[in-house]
Write a protein that binds this ligand. Structure first.
Ligand code: UGA
Length: 435
């Protein structure tokens, strides 16, 4: 198959590289000339484990190339993927579809012969209809089938998620696209990943419903964690106890400082807006959004409590800034709200993150960035684990105790068992462990 991938950001690049690895001929297109030039030199603009090697080997094999020119690759393609951004629109929380629609217009004037146009970007229900309308309005002779094929990649695990998905969802209205999409995903299909064909609107909603459900599941266990602290129960025991029920499932029941990232906050908000517009409010998700927003800042109160009720003039060492490990993504990261709240309370903040410090520096002010966890802890009154990077899973507590002003650890990801920390003379606070 000849594939044009429009948009070489996170989703486009991972999908393009993986599809090339399946043996397809993939051209990744992006308007940003500097990004394309860097990719041609083999430089990957994002941090994603394994992506550099995958891009390099497929580029070398001649299956993966990069260009700023949309017309050429689209005119030759059997399948054109739209993988441009759909950020939250400023002011109203709706998904901003201007990039998707702009690309649809450009595709319309470039397509030749029957072409399957696939929306991979996360888009609200009905966007496929509009993409089809725009293409046919721009070029009434275009012979296209517009398909919805949402992605379910997790940052930091994206290549594995693409190559071994729980399912592939394809929403179509034109039966001709069924064969093409089966061909695109043939290697996965042969590996027994279910290929779920449905109509376009159902497919678009599956993506939002999936992310909203996961966000709700995390928020549920976070509220249970707060309750555990009050009633003397252990949230990890509760998660295990309910997770073994096959109807509930054990995944995404890890309590923490609230979900962040580029997907859950944006997608839950967009679903709430769509539902309100259709006079069918999703109140569980409205509440999820509100509870999660409040939670991030509330985590700072845990730190204040660990410091004896006041952080003014105190030095706080933050380990982990990104919204989760194995990414350099700072979008909607709980660390941002926590650090802001602590600074508002008069604290000095030191921080270390293996990948996120560059992005954090653009979003936060007055933070001292350090070279590792121990440097970060120097003279600190409290050490706070905000993101569970592997580098923080085996800290040398005697060494930390020597360098810190006071041996206090706040573990917002429950990386440690309490006794592993307290036996070194530390005072220890974590999430939902009231026992
Ligand atoms: C999420 C979904 O997991 C993917 O399936 C989806 O494709 C993607 O959004 C998307 O829409 O593009 P991602 O945002 O990369 O992927 O990250 P997750 O691993 O899902 O984590 C999201 C947030 O939830 C993080 O802040 C994480 O720390 C938090 N989380 C996750 C918890 O607090 N507890 C958990 O048990 C799991």
């Amino acid at each position: 198959m000849r594939i044009a991938m429009i948009g070489s950001g996170y989703v486009g690049l991972v999908s393009g590289a993986c599809l090339a690895d399946f043996g397809h001929d993939v051209v990744c297109v992006d308007k940003a000339a500097d990004k394309i030039e860097a990719l041609k030199r083999g430089e990957i603009p994002i941090f994603e484990p394994g992506l550099d090697a995958l891009v390099a080997s497929n580029a070398k094999a001649g299956r993966l190339s990069f260009t700023t020119d949309l017309r050429g690759p689209v005119s030759e393609a059997d399948v054109v993927f739209i993988a441009v951004g759909t950020p939250s629109r400023r002011g109203d929380g709706h998904a901003d579809l201007s990039y998707v629609y702009g690309v649809a217009r450009e595709i319309a004037s470039a397509v030749k012969g029957f072409t399957v146009v696939v929306t991979k970007s996360t888009v609200p229900v009905g966007t496929g209809d509009e993409v089809e309308r725009i293409i046919l309005e721009t070029n009434p002779d275009a012979d296209v089938a517009v398909v919805s094929n949402p992605e379910f990649l997790r940052e930091g695990a994206a290549i594995g998620d693409f190559k071994r998905p729980d399912r592939i969802v394809v929403g179509l209205e034109d039966e001709r696209a069924r064969e093409t999409m089966t061909e695109v995903y043939r290697p996965l299909y042969l590996n027994q990943s279910p290929l779920l064909f449905t109509n376009r609107r159902t497919s678009e909603l599956i993506k939002y419903a999936g992310n909203a459900f996961l966000a709700m599941k995390i928020t549920f266990i976070n509220e249970m964690a707060d309750l555990c602290e009050r009633v003397g129960a252990d949230v990890q025991g509760v998660a295990r106890g309910i997770g073994l029920d096959g109807r509930i499932g054990s995944k995404f029941l890890h309590a923490g400082p609230g979900y962040g990232g580029s997907c859950f906050p944006k997608d839950t908000l967009a679903l709430v807006k769509t539902a309100q517009d259709h006079d069918s409010p999703v109140r569980l998700i409205e509440t999820t959004v509100a509870v999660n927003d409040q939670r991030k800042r509330a985590m700072a109160r845990k730190v204040v409590a660990a410091c004896g009720g006041d952080v003014r003039g105190k030095t706080i060492a933050i380990l982990g800034l990104t919204f989760k490990p194995n990414t350099d993504d700072m979008r909607e990261a709980p660390s941002l709200s926590i650090i802001q709240a602590l600074q508002d309370g008069g604290a000095r903040v030191r921080a270390f993150d293996p990948e996120g410090m560059k992005a954090a520096n653009d979003l936060l002010s007055d933070v001292t960035y350090t070279k590792d966890a121990y440097d970060c802890a120097t003279k600190a009154d409290v050490l706070v684990i905000v993101t569970e990077w592997d580098a923080f899973r085996a800290l040398d507590f005697p060494r930390l105790a020597e360098t810190m002003a006071a041996p206090v650890l706040v573990d917002l990801r429950n990386v440690y068992k309490p006794e592993e920390v307290t036996r070194h003379g530390f005072s220890y606070a974590s999430i939902g462990r009231g026992t």
